[in-house]
Design a protein around this ligand. Structure first.
Ligand code: GTP
Length: 476
């Protein structure tokens, strides 16, 4: 083993142990013929590690495959021919892995892991063309006199499908285990994964225990998994179904039990292959759709946000304002403009100006409610819609904001702080006013506050015609 660790890859020893465990467990399923199993996930493990770690894995694959095949042969029919057959099988496995790796990287490139439907199709086709290993393996067994010549094609078929399905089931798991973020997986997928596993196990047990021809139930569960779960979840659900299906074959129970063994075997193998390929394809389409819709909704959100302050921009503001206005609630609008902001920029620099804008919006956001709408609608101009607040309450709020900003000091260096003020126009709305006119009239109130000396609040009521002649409140 030591030399393998040096010659091979960093996970040589765990890989060989896992290979032997998988091969040993799958040999329990070898009902007819006794040395060929209908499901050989060890081949999937070998191809997976070879895709991930390249040709450094070949010595370990050779040792694992040779041991996995020689040891049972030596127990059942100890002979020199059995040892040679075991070694030939090990060589066949390495050649099969090598060819498949070359084919996959020629078609898709090594770094791609089921990103698109084409990846799944390329992978499945290569898995189904896994013919070298069974051909060399069965020929070696036949030459060693361990397979009767009349049984060659039947044994070859079982071996080939067993390897192909083992690959379909296990290689994707090996490929994604390496890139799975377990914490994210458990956070996002946790309970759904448990539901998927329990659902797959319960339905499989029900189908095989009852003997009713309800296999399509299991295919349905694979579809559900592909729709709801991460790729890891899809593979695990398929593995659960495959384990129970294979055990049912071993115990000769379930819907296919009345068929002759080779037919039952073929049906089970096709059923498992179909489930796995179809759920991988469906998962890819789903995840692509999900990816696109996440990107789309992120872009939609971004288009409504101001990049500097992360609050709504004018577009986002107008949309939210229109939604609120449709609800026919009492609404008030504050338009806030930082006084002499040009001076801040000219005196302290644009970066400090930006920081003032960020701090200002943070401060206001902390003073209003979640149901209010807050936006940066121009360079140093902000707007707030206060929901369910009449002109009087809005005026009080505007005054609180003005006083808070006036008393705020923003440190710009170890011995220097900035003090600045804000002027605010306030209006409440009555039905029938359109958002642009509402903004425009409130802007007039803001400029009234500016004209009257800045650092103050000017309030008025917006009616369908124009600003009501009333209250223009001067604070200060
Ligand atoms: N730092 C920074 N400055 C900005 C940004 N957007 C606009 N400004 C600046 O804001 C300043 C606005 O200046 P003015 O319109 O003259 O207004 P003011 O100096 O605040 O004067 P009053 O509003 O009349 O009190 C200009 O210097 C713009 O360059 C921004 O995103 N970052």
């Amino acid at each position: 083993m030591g030399i393998l660790v040096r010659l091979g890859f960093r996970h040589s020893v765990p890989f060989i142990l896992a290979y032997l465990a998988l091969a040993g467990a799958s040999m329990l399923l070898a009902v007819a013929p006794s040395n060929v199993t209908p499901l050989y996930p060890a081949a999937g493990l070998a191809w997976g590690v070879a895709i991930l770690w390249g040709r450094r894995t070949y010595p370990s694959i050779f040792v694992a495959a040779t041991l996995a095949n020689t040891l049972p042969l030596l127990f059942s029919q100890p002979s020199f021919a059995a040892v040679l057959a075991g070694i030939a099988i090990g060589v066949g496995e390495v050649i099969a892995v090598l060819i498949s790796c070359k084919l996959l990287s020629a078609v898709r490139g090594r770094e791609r892991v089921f990103k698109q439907v084409q990846d799944v199709i390329a992978f499945s086709v290569i898995a189904l063309f896994w013919v070298v290993s069974p051909t060399i393996g069965v020929s070696a067994l036949a030459l060693a006199g361990l397979v009767e010549s009349g049984a060659f094609s039947r044994v070859w078929l079982t071996w080939w499908l067993g390897d192909s399905i083992g690959i379909l089931l296990l290689t994707p798991l090996v490929l994604i285990v390496n890139i799975t973020h377990w914490r994210n997986l458990l956070n996002n997928d946790g309970y759904k994964l448990v539901v998927g596993i329990v659902g797959a196990a319960t339905a499989s047990l029900a189908v095989y225990a009852s003997g009713l021809p309800l296999l399509y139930l299991l295919t349905g569960i694979c579809f559900m998994a592909a729709y709801r779960l991460s790729l890891f979840g899809v593979i695990v659900v398929n593995l659960v179904i495959a384990t129970i299906t294979s055990s049912a074959y071993m115990w000769q129970v379930g819907p296919g039990a009345h068929f002759a063994a080779p037919i039952q075997l073929g049906l089970i193998q096709l059923f498992l292959a179909f489930n796995m390929v179809i759920s991988l394809v469906f998962w890819c389409t789903q995840s692509r759709n999900r990816e696109l819709s996440v990107k789309w909704s992120r872009a939609e959100t971004q288009a409504r946000l101001d990049p500097l302050t992360k609050i709504y921009n004018r577009r986002g503001f107008e949309e939210r304002a229109i939604q609120l206005m449709r609800q026919k609630r009492t609404l008030s609008l504050l338009i806030l403009d930082i006084d002499h902001f040009k001076y801040v920029n000219d005196h302290y620099g644009h970066d400090i100006g930006d920081e003032v804008l960020r701090q200002f919006s943070k401060k206001i956001a902390g003073m209003i409610r979640d149901s209010d709408v807050f936006a940066r609608i121009g360079g140093e101009e902000f707007a707030v819609i206060l929901a369910d607040q009449n002109l009087e309450l809005a005026g009080l709020m505007a005054e609180r904001i003005r006083a808070t900003i006036e008393s705020t000091e923003l440190p710009v260096s170890s011995d220097n702080t900035i003090k600045y003020t804000v002027s605010i126009g306030v209006s409440s709305v009555s039905e029938g006013v359109d958002i642009h006119r509402w903004l425009k009239t409130t802007d007039k109130l803001l400029y009234q506050a500016k004209a009257q000396g800045r650092n103050q609040v000017a309030a008025g009521c917006v009616v369908p015609i124009d600003v009501a002649p009333t209250p223009s409140r001067k604070v200060n």
